[in-house]
Design a protein around this ligand. Structure first.
Ligand SMILES: NC(=O)c1ccc[n+]([C@@H]2O[C@H](COP(=O)([O-])OP(=O)(O)OC[C@H]3O[C@@H](n4cnc5c(N)ncnc54)[C@H](OP(=O)(O)O)[C@@H]3O)[C@@H](O)[C@H]2O)c1
Length: 270
């Protein structure tokens, strides 16, 4: 995978990290060592993300910053001004990665319309890299036919032990599209799982650390979030946890294709 080195594998999600408490949590993540922040126009955390970076004193180039274009901003002539507004909110000249947050609901706007605009945003230097989120294999293929192979470097979608999205993840990896897992720790709902608890026991780790270590071992990026300093730190420490091959194989058996985020206007999932 040529693109493997482009994005720090462990990032900090910012969904729900709004206001003063949100800034404190993002700042805590930066102080802990996270160098990849994931925001979106719809989270209302672009300001918080930029503000935490500014307060941290860490140089802009040290931190990989992603934002996502809301489906409201796909119309002709709307995407670039919306990204300029995002940069203003974050107080940066360029983001590292801009994603199409979702395919247009019910396909109401043609892929060409918004993909050509995000490609132009990259050409103008507003974003270093471009990618997508919640795209299926069919949509990725259509997108590549429109803007060319190799242009889309990342697909962000729901992936955790309960929904391992193997077919899509394999397709992405075979085509050098980095996989980013959202809901990477299934929002903390797996703490009582016996298989994960037993693996966690082998390493004196938490279940969430085991899950994150699993995703990193698969070569994916993971962007867990938390409002609490101790969890922000313990999730980050998962970056040092090495699972054995047999533990990874056991976690693979937990896949239930159990999707949490599934709007009725979403795509036909693989
Ligand atoms: N592209 C998309 O469509 C999309 C969709 C959803 C999310 N995302 C991105 O993915 C990021 C992560 O997803 P997410 O926030 O929905 O889910 P998540 O990271 O899987 O889970 C976060 C939740 O788990 C809890 N938590 C965190 N660490 C924990 C730990 N060690 N033990 C137990 N519970 C823990 C947190 O509660 P506390 O705050 O109480 O710790 C929080 O409620 C988002 O922030 C966002 O950036 C993208």
């Amino acid at each position: 995978m040529e693109n493997q080195q482009l994005i720090p594998q462990l990032g900090f999600g910012t969904y729900g990290r709004n206001g003063k408490e949100g800034i404190d949590a993002i700042l805590c993540a930066l102080e802990t060592g996270y160098r990849h922040l994931d925001t979106a126009q719809t989270y209302d955390t672009e300001f918080e993300t930029g503000e935490a970076l500014r307060r941290s004193g860490i140089a802009r180039r040290e931190v990989f910053m992603t934002t996502k274009i809301s489906t409201d901003n796909f119309g002709d002539g709307k995407l670039i001004p919306s990204l300029e507004k995002s940069l203003e909110a974050m107080r940066v000249d360029q983001v590292d990665l801009t994603l199409i947050h979702w395919p247009a609901p019910n396909g109401a706007i043609a892929l060409e319309v918004y993909l050509s605009q995000i490609a132009e945003a990259q050409e103008r230097g507003l974003t270093r890299l471009i990618g997508v989120s919640n795209f299926t294999i069919a949509l990725l293929q259509q997108a590549e036919a429109i803007i060319g192979k190799g242009r889309i470097i990342n697909n962000q979608f729901e992936l955790n032990p309960l929904i391992q999205n193997k077919k899509l993840a394999d397709y992405c990896q075979r085509n050098d599209i980095l996989v980013t897992c959202y809901l990477p720790i299934a929002r903390g709902t797996l703490s009582g799982d016996p298989v994960l608890s037993s693996i966690a026991g082998n390493h004196a780790a938490t279940v969430e650390q085991v899950i994150i270590a699993f995703e990193l071992a698969k070569g994916y990026c993971a962007i867990p979030t938390s409002s609490r300093a101790e969890r922000i730190r313990s999730n980050f420490a998962a970056g040092k946890l090495q699972l054995k091959q047999e533990e990874i194989a056991l976690i693979e058996t937990l896949d239930r294709n159990q999707r949490t985020i599934d709007p009725d206007w979403g795509p036909d999932w693989d």
